[in-house]
Design a protein around this ligand. Sequence first.
Ligand code: DQA
Length: 147
Amino acid sequence: MRILVLNGPNLQLLGKRQPAVYGHQTLASINDGLEAIAGELQISIDFRQSNHEGELVDWIGEAANEFDGIVINPAAYTHTSAALHDALAGAALPAIEVHISNVHAREEFRHRSFTASACTGQICGLGTNGYEWALRALHRHLSESET
Ligand code: DQA
């Protein structure tokens, strides 16, 4: 099982960026934790982060040939990007959307997700642990759809 873990704009700053909202963990340490779980679940993960919408669109567009599923935190593009919605819908891969913060309890512009309707499910508000739950949920979903 091959999983693409994608992070959108400003998430390279995790650890330093608004720690009261996003916690103290860096993206590298989140990814290390996911790598350990990948060993346990016998899956392989490719980790990518970009601040550029088009680069994320390109990666999702290529993903259908290379991966079985996607974990994605589209960050601010969640609330703006029809292009990411269309890329996810086009890839037609199981995808779990992650938000570290509870976007529904924040500013109104964060309540709307362009991308969630093109995803299998969404995890939000559980802090950086949400990435782990997303990976485990995707693994379970893919395992069940194999049987
Ligand atoms: C975020 C929530 C978004 O609204 C915000 O723009 C982010 C991070 C989260 O993980 O909570 O950059 O996706």
